[in-house]
Design a protein around this ligand. Structure first.
Ligand code: G3P
Length: 214
């Protein structure tokens, strides 16, 4: 499973990218709004930092508006993937962008049948929102499992991005289930790196060394 960061914060992205495992970035309107910066500028900077797919979401929800925004965003860098919400117009946009050679990420996926339709329309990625499913007292991991079963059964080339990750166990379970990608917030990546036994082990090695040689 590849690891993306779910962030529009340049410092967070630089920090994680320097560690060598980052394979891409996803953003959404809420994440970009937190930065209070020009949208295109943020996407351009991210593309210059990370080598891999960078998802940028359209704000418009009508077909024409989505197509215009998508073409503008796709023009920023060849690695930009257009994030489109799963709606009727969204599916039309996914199909037409596919025909133009522009990659898409179908977002706000809450059912396996939505994922199947988006994949059949030509989405390069689908993003089931695990945490938001959990918030409704349903199990986001069952949704992910269903999507993986269906996609593997019919050898669809659409990749699955486990999104709305709320804790490291979501990442562990997504990898077990066979998700192609998990997009993980900065704070959770940091939690994944740390382990109290690693810290205690470093302390003990240092202490033993100092006792023997200093
Ligand atoms: O980028 C989409 C998704 O990861 C959002 O997560 O925590 O706002 O549900 P969250």
């Amino acid at each position: 499973m590849r690891i993306f960061i779910d962030s529009a914060n340049i410092e967070e992205i630089k920090d994680i990218n320097a560690m060598g495992f980052l394979a891409g970035v996803t953003t959404n309107p809420s994440l970009v709004a937190k930065e209070k910066r020009d949208y295109r500028e943020v996407i351009r900077e991210i593309c210059a930092i990370v080598e891999g797919p960078i998802s940028a979401e359209v704000i418009a929800q009508d077909y024409t508006g989505m197509m215009q925004e998508a073409e503008m965003l796709a023009g920023i860098h060849p690695n930009v993937v257009i994030k489109i919400a799963m709606t009727e117009d969204g599916l039309k946009v996914i199909r037409d962008l596919r025909q133009k050679g522009i990659k898409t990420n179908a977002t706000l996926i809450f059912s396996a049948t939505q994922a199947l339709l988006a994949a059949r329309a030509g989405a390069s990625y689908v993003s089931p929102f695990l945490g938001r499913v959990d918030d409704t007292a349903n199990d986001g991991l069952i949704l992910l499992e269903d999507i993986m079963t269906i996609f593997n059964q019919f050898t669809l080339d659409t990749e699955v991005i486990a999104a709305s990750i709320r804790h490291p166990v979501h990442v562990l379970q997504a990898a077990r289930i066979g998700s192609h990608i998990a997009t993980v917030p900065y704070k959770i990546i940091k939690q994944m790196i740390k382990h109290p036994l690693t810290d205690a082990g470093i302390q003990k090695f240092l202490q033993d060394w100092q006792e023997a040689f200093q």
